[in-house]
Every structure is written in structure tokens, then in C-alpha cells.
Design a binder for this molecule. Structure first.
Ligand SMILES: Nc1ncnc2c1ncn2[C@@H]1O[C@H](COP(=O)(O)OP(=O)(O)OP(=O)(O)O)[C@@H](O)[C@H]1O
Length: 316
């Protein structure tokens, strides 16, 4: 795969003096779904807005499909569709005229068949003549996606595509995004729903306080950082963890009924056989056991908190 977006040493300091991005470099591969994760205020929207030419960078070089986003703004922008976080469209207009108008803004000739195709794909065809103010929230969001796709972009940015959307519609959106990827569209989405990244993304970038702290294939990230837990349900509750087992990565739930053993799936030895022997020696019986992979959510929270405490430490 080749890079369709190339971000080199991007920094942004707003006029207020606030530095929202610090020396970010990132390549987005053609045809991938890339999820950008980060807590509120991390700099995700700033980065997207810069790539889409809405906010000026303070320094750095960015190209979209080989076009410099500043020197060659029009060509770069024509490759990009943006679905912003906020719904921004004229409520009195009909769905179809809004979408046709957006296409016209990019100087593209009308194409009825293409517009019909995207409206059908987004289940908006039956609503094409409705005024946008008459639509439900989920439908309005889909209109924003139709607008963003109206000029046939190769890259689609989705800033929080499913915020405030019900579970069913969220699943429909995921299907639609996958469909777009199958047609060759590169997708970059920001999300607070880790489940969304876990479900959809090929690669994940984590941004925290303006710094890109990690970029990784989703599967590799989950393997590498995805410690497993083995939970043993005990026959009899324990008051405390026996002193002889203190050296094991074990914890006891507050009710004393479950022992939790943490192990690394990447290690040569999980230590489970040894643990079972020790439990047997101490007469600790269990009636059930289950193992659980650490979720992307847990990985994300630990990465961001580790980073925040390292920053606090450095500032001392
Ligand atoms: N126009 C602006 N002037 C000054 N500071 C700004 C401006 N726009 C954003 N910021 C600040 O830059 C930081 C990053 O904001 P940004 O919107 O990029 O974050 P985000 O990661 O998208 O957050 P969220 O998940 O809440 O949408 C925030 O601290 C924000 O207050």
C-alpha cells in the first residue's frame, strides 16, 4: 500500500498561544480505515481541520494524494470529503438540492446517477425531497455524509461519525463505511467509542495532548498490549491472598470469591500450569474459570494515563 496522506512534522499553536499539536508525523495508507483516538481536547479535530484546509498549520508539510494542502489547495481539497462533528447545513433546503449543491461547490458537473447511488446507499433516497429540518438526527447525519461524498472524494474524514446515534444506526454506519472502503475510499475517523475503532479500524493512532503517542496495526496493538486475565471462581471465599502467592501477578476481588491472574500472551510461558500447582498445594479449590483478553478500551486508558503521569513527572 502507498501513502495517500502524508503529514510531516505538523505543529499548531493557536493565536491564544495554546499548542494543540506537537511535531506530528503520520502516513495514511491508500484504502485503509484509520481510527484516531484521543481524549477530549487531544487535538484530533485540529489535525483533521488542518488537513482539510480549514485551520492553518504553524509548521509542517502535508500532502493529500501527492498535492500539497497549502500550495496546491484546490487539488488537495478535491480529493477529500469531510463529515464534521457538528451538523452544519441549511434546514430549509431539500436533501437532494443540498447534496447537488455541495457537488457543484467542487466544480464538478452534475451526475444524477451518482447522487442517486449515494442517497440510496445511505437510505436517504425516499427522503430526497424532504426538507432537512424535517429529518431525524440520524438522517441529518447521513445527509452530512452524502454531502461529503458528493464530489466523489478518495479520502473521507469522519469526525465522530456516530456520536449520539443509536446502536442500530451505528451498525448501519459501520456497514456503510466498510462499503466505501471496498470501493477504494480511504477513511479516517475519530471516535470516542473504542468499540468503534476495535470493530472497524485497520490501524489505530492515539493522540494525547497534541502528540501522536502511538500508531499501530489494530491486531498487533491488541496482541502486543493485550494482556490476558484468567479469572478463577473459588469454592470458598478467601479473606486475603495467601502470603505464599504474593509473588504471583494475582489479585483477589473484594468479596474474596474470585482470583484474577494476569498473564502476557506474548511470553514464552504463561505460568498458568505453575499457578495451578501452587493453588493445589494450598488447597485452594475453584469451581469455574474463564480467560479474558484486555480490551482496546483498557489498553487506551492505560496508555493515556501512563503518558499523563510521565508528563507530570517530567514537569516536576
Ligand atoms: N480556535 C481555537 N483557538 C484556541 N484553542 C483552540 C481552538 N480550537 C481548538 N483549540 C484547543 O485545542 C485543543 C485541541 O482541540 P481539538 O478540538 O483539536 O481536540 P479534539 O481532540 O478534537 O477534542 P474532542 O474529542 O473534544 O473533539 C483544545 O484544548 C482546544 O481547546
Amino acid at each position: 500500500m502507498s501513502a495517500i496522506i502524508n503529514v510531516q512534522n505538523l505543529s499548531k499553536t493557536y493565536d491564544s498561544g495554546f499548542q494543540a499539536l506537537r511535531d506530528v508525523s503520520l502516513e495514511i495508507q491508500r484504502g485503509e480505515i484509520f481510527a484516531l483516538l484521543g481524549p477530549n481536547g487531544a487535538g484530533k479535530t485540529t489535525m483533521i481541520s488542518i488537513i482539510c484546509g480549514i485551520v492553518n498549520p504553524s509548521s509542517g508539510v502535508i500532502t493529500a494524494d501527492g498535492h500539497d494542502i497549502i500550495r496546491d489547495f484546490r487539488a488537495a481539497r478535491s480529493k477529500i470529503g469531510l463529515v464534521p462533528q457538528e451538523l452544519c447545513t441549511d434546514g430549509f433546503e431539500s436533501v437532494i438540492s443540498t447534496v447537488n449543491f455541495s457537488r457543484g461547490l467542487f466544480g464538478r458537473a452534475p451526475n444524477k446517477a451518482y447522487i442517486e447511488q449515494i442517497l440510496r446507499q445511505l437510505s436517504l433516497w425516499d427522503k430526497r425531497d424532504s426538507r432537512i429540518m424535517e429529518l431525524s438526527g440520524g438522517m441529518k447525519r447521513r445527509v452530512m455524509i452524502a454531502k461529503a461524498l458528493s464530489h466523489e472524494p478518495e479520502i473521507l474524514f469522519l469526525d465522530e461519525p456516530t456520536a449520539g446515534v443509536d446502536v442500530e444506526l451505528r451498525r448501519d454506519m459501520w456497514e456503510m463505511v466498510r462499503g466505501l472502503r471496498e470501493r477504494g475510499v480511504t477513511i479516517i475517523l475519530t471516535t470516542h467509542y473504542i468499540e468503534e475503532a476495535e470493530e472497524m479500524a485497520d490501524r489505530i493512532g492515539v493522540i494525547s495532548r497534541g502528540e501522536l503517542i502511538l500508531v499501530e496495526e489494530k491486531s498487533a496493538l491488541m496482541d502486543k498490549l493485550g494482556q490476558k486475565q484468567l479469572r478463577l471462581q473459588l469454592q470458598k471465599p478467601l479473606l486475603a491472598l495467601p502470603a505464599e502467592l504474593k509473588d504471583y501477578p494475582l489479585s483477589l476481588t473484594d468479596d474474596g470469591l474470585e482470583l484474577i491472574y494476569h498473564f502476557d500472551t506474548q511470553g514464552d510461558q504463561t505460568g498458568i500450569a505453575d499457578l495451578f500447582r501452587r493453588l493445589d498445594e494450598h488447597g485452594i479449590d475453584y469451581k469455574d474459570l474463564r480467560s479474558k483478553q484486555r480490551s482496546l478500551e483498557e489498553i487506551f486508558v492505560s496508555l493515556v494515563t501512563e503518558r499523563a503521569s510521565a508528563d507530570t513527572e517530567a514537569a516536576r
